[in-house]
Design a protein around this ligand. Structure first.
Ligand SMILES: [Ca+2]
Ligand SMILES: [Ca+2]
Length: 305
């Protein structure tokens, strides 16, 4: 009897071992499959990245060929790249003039706030119904000193009192996203500002051939929205060929400071979206096209979609 029971137990143990082995095998197969999928995905991702980078280089080459005397949206660089087949996927892209926007870094030049740029940003903020007091906080964030500008300013003292504490940067912005760390810049303020501002690594002029109406209104004292729209309509059929041409077309009494604008640009954003099998990646790059020589990529980053 006992032998019988022992035999029965042995059979059950054997069955269990087989069952466990089968489970382990299928688990391993599943793991293998998962691993293969991951490897495949990584492979597709690497390929998609490589293609997106190539598209950015292609954008730089288009800028190299373009005339530097004038930059407007009827030029070849401003046309979107239609979806192109590439290595089992497709890639699209576009270039945007970074100088059609207000460069927040103009606010502080050589470590000191620059009043004429404060005036431009104040006009933009009023037009967008944002309190311009936070401009003082931004200038304090970027200026070299630790003196608080009233009203609305903030330096180390304010930021060190926060949890977690941090210090004022006391240098220009690396990215518009850095505004989240500056006193007075709440999410809704930043979202309102974002379509009209940028943070470039050098002082820049506003390109009146690419600036949206709100930026033109910020640039020119006394310019109303309706008049800004008229200027945009005109430039769409015939771009402003030089600064005098723009000045001539401003309504009476409206003025722009000569040093604040131009009709050409040095900085551009290039965006590329690349799809490959199950993977999609988006890249943005900041390109600098110097007066002479080839267009350079200042940074290139993958952006969350
Ligand atoms: Ca051009
Ligand atoms: Ca400061």
């Amino acid at each position: 009897m006992s032998t019988c029971r022992e035999q029965g137990a042995a059979v059950i143990t054997a069955m269990l071992v087989v069952a466990l082995a089968a489970t382990a095998a299928s688990f391993m197969m599943w793991q293998n499959h998962l691993w293969l999928r991951q490897v495949e995905n990584l492979d597709h991702q690497a390929q998609a990245r490589w293609i997106a980078r190539a598209a950015v280089q292609w954008g730089a080459a288009i800028l190299d060929e373009d005339s530097r005397d004038i930059d407007h949206e009827n030029e070849k660089w401003a046309a979107s790249l239609p979806p192109l087949s590439a290595e089992g996927g497709e890639v699209t892209g576009f270039i945007k003039d970074a100088q059609g926007l207000i460069n927040l870094n103009n606010l502080v030049r050589n470590g000191k706030r620059n009043q004429s740029d404060v005036v431009i940003l104040t006009r933009l903020m009023i037009a967008l119904e944002i309190s311009p007091d936070s401009i003082n906080a931004l200038a304090d964030w970027m200026d070299a000193d630790n003196e608080i500008t009233s009203p609305g300013g903030a330096e180390d003292m304010q930021y060190l009192a926060l949890e977690p504490p941090y210090r004022a940067a006391n240098r220009i912005l690396e990215d518009v996203g850095e505004l989240y760390r500056v006193q007075g810049f709440k999410r809704d303020t930043i979202l309102k500002l974002q379509p009209f501002v940028t943070a470039l690594p050098a002082d820049t002029t506003i390109n009146v051939n690419t600036a949206p109406a709100e930026v033109l209104m910020a640039l020119c004292s006394g310019l109303q929205l309706a008049d800004a729209m008229v200027l945009i309509k005109r430039r769409n059929s015939q771009a402003f060929k030089d600064k005098a041409d723009f000045q001539k077309q401003l309504p009476q009494g409206v003025q722009a400071r000569d040093e604040d604008y131009n009709v050409s640009s040095r900085f551009f954003y290039a965006s590329a979206i690349s799809r490959n099998e199950r993977v999609q990646v988006a890249f943005q790059a900041l390109l600098e096209r110097p007066d002479q020589g080839k267009t350079k990529t200042l940074w290139l980053k993958q952006i969350e979609e």
